[in-house]
Design a protein around this ligand. Sequence first.
Ligand code: NDP
Ligand code: BG6
Length: 510
Amino acid sequence: MDSKTLTRTISSSDRAQDPCVLVIFGASGDLARRMLLPALYDLAYDRRLPARFAVLGFARSQWDEDEFRRVVKTGIKEFARRSIDEAVWESFSGKLRYMSGNYDDPAAHTRLSSMLDSIDSELGTAGNRLYYLAVPPTTSPTIISKLRNDKISAPVDSDSWSRIVVEKPFGRDLESARELNRLIHSQFPEESVYRIDHYLGKETVQNILVFRFANGVFEPIWNRRYIDHVQITVAESLGVGDRGGYYDQSGALRDMVQNHIMQLLALIAMEPPIAFDGRAVRNEKVKVFNALRRMEPAEVATSTARGQYAAGWIGGEEVPGYTQDAAVDSSSTETYVAMRLFIDNWRWADVPFYVRTGKRLPKRTTQIAIQFRKVPHLLFKDIVDVSDMEPTVLTIRIQPNEGISMKFLTKVPGTPTRIRPAMMDFLYGAAFLNEAPSAYETLLLDALQGDATLFTRADEVEAAWEIMTGVLDGWQQMPSAQFPNYEAGSDGPEEADRLIESDGRQWRRF
Ligand code: NDP
Ligand code: BG6
C-alpha cells in the first residue's frame, strides 16, 4: 500500500456525482449557519459538490433570498475552513435558494414542491432530493408527515432518489424513537435514511477502526484479559449558550450520552466487522448495544451520577450557573452525567466502561483511555515504590490535540534503579500536513454519495435508547437530585468521584 492510499480518509473523498437539491428545513438556525452551510462552501471550494446542485433553505423566518445569502456568507466567513474566494462564492451563492413557510402548512409544501420542480428545470438537478431536518427534534415529525402527505419525496422518475438526514437526538426515549422510525419508514426505506451523529464524521473517531483493525498488534490484547477498564470523557468548558430552550428539555444524557458517547463506546468495544461497509460495521455496533447490561432502577442509583453546574470560574472568567444560562427559574435538567457500564460478552465481561460528559468543566476535551491491567508479578517490588508503578494507558485523543499516546514505565538512567512513566505520542498535526475536513463536510458528502456507513441505523438507535431509557426511568424513580451540585470550572459533582472510587479507581485528570 503506498503512502497516498494510507493518507486517504476512510469515507470516500471523491466528488459527488449525482445531481441533487439539498433541502434544509430549519435553514435559519444555528446548525445551518455554523455547520451545514460553511461545510457545503468548503466542499464547493474543494470541488466535491455535484456539478448540478442546489441548496434550498426552508424555514419560518421571513427572509428573501438576498437575506439568506447574506446570512450564509457571514456564517462562512466565521466558520468555514476555507476563506472566501469570490469566484467560488459567486458560483456557490448562485445555487442557494430560500423559501419561508410554516412546517405544517400544506400550501407551503405545495410551493416547495413547485420550487423544486423549477430548480430541476433551471439547474438540471434531475429530481434527486436530499432532505435535511436541521430543526428542533419536536418539529421533525410534522415535516416528515408533510413530506409523506404531499408526496414531494416521491421520485420524479424511476432513476431519481430521495434521502432524508435526521439530526440527533433521534427521539427522546425508546418509545418516541420507535415512533419516529415508524413514521420515517412510512415514507423512506431504511437505506435512504441518514441518522446523523456528527461524532462519526470526525477523523479521529473514524480512525478508531483503522487503529484497531489495520494494526495487528492491538487486537490480541483488546479484551478483558489485558484491559482493566475504559474511560470515555467528553468534557466541554462552554455552557448551554443560547440553546437553553432546547437543552432544558433534553439534558446531557439525551444530548450527548445516548448518541455521541454510545457511538464512541461501540467503536471501542465492537468485534472486527467482516467488511468495511455500512451493513457490516453497523451490525457489530448493534451487537455491542445489545450486550450492554440493562440497569434495574436500584442499579441506576449506584451506577450513575448526575450534576448541574452552578456559577463559577473558567479560564479566569466568571461564568453564570445553568439556570441563568438557560433563562429558567429552576430546573432538574442534568448538565453532567457519569456512569459505569458493562458489556456482557466474552471479550468484555466484568470490564467497567466509565463514561462521563458535562458542560462547564475546566476544559474542552474528548478522549478515550484504555487502562491495561497491572503486571501479574511485581519483579521490581524490592527496589522501587510499587505505588509509582502505574499501569500502561493508551489514550485516544478525539479533540483537541488530536492524537494517540501510550503511557508506559521506563527506567530512569543511572543507579539506583528508579522507574518512571514515559509517553509515546502520535499527533495528527505533526504527522499530517493536510487539514482534515470537518465532520459535517464528511457526512454531507457521504449522504450525497449514498454512503450510510457513518450514519446510525434504526435498530442501532433503538438499541442505544433501550439502555438510556432504563437510566431515565431509574432517575424518575429516585428522589429529585439536589441541583446545582458542581461549580462551573470544577471537575464535576462529587457523586461522580464516589462512583468510580467505590471501585478503587479514579477519573483521569482533564
Ligand atoms: P435552532 O434553535 O437554531 O433551530 C433551527 C431552526 O428550526 C430555527 O432557526 C427555526 O427556524 C426552526 N424551527 C422550527 N420549529 C421551531 C420551533 N418550534 N422552535 C424553534 N425553532 C423552530 O436549533 P439548531 O440549529 O441548534 O439545531 C437543529 C437540530 O440540530 C437539533 O436537532 C439539534 O439537536 C441538532 N444539532 C445542533 C447542533 C448545533 O451545534 N447547533 C449540533 C448538533 C446537532 P424558523 O423559526 O425560521 O423556522
Ligand atoms: C452537540 C450537542 O451534538 O454536540 C452540543 O448538542 C455539544 O450540546 C456538541 O456542545 C459538541 O460537539 P463537539 O463537536 O464540539 O464536541
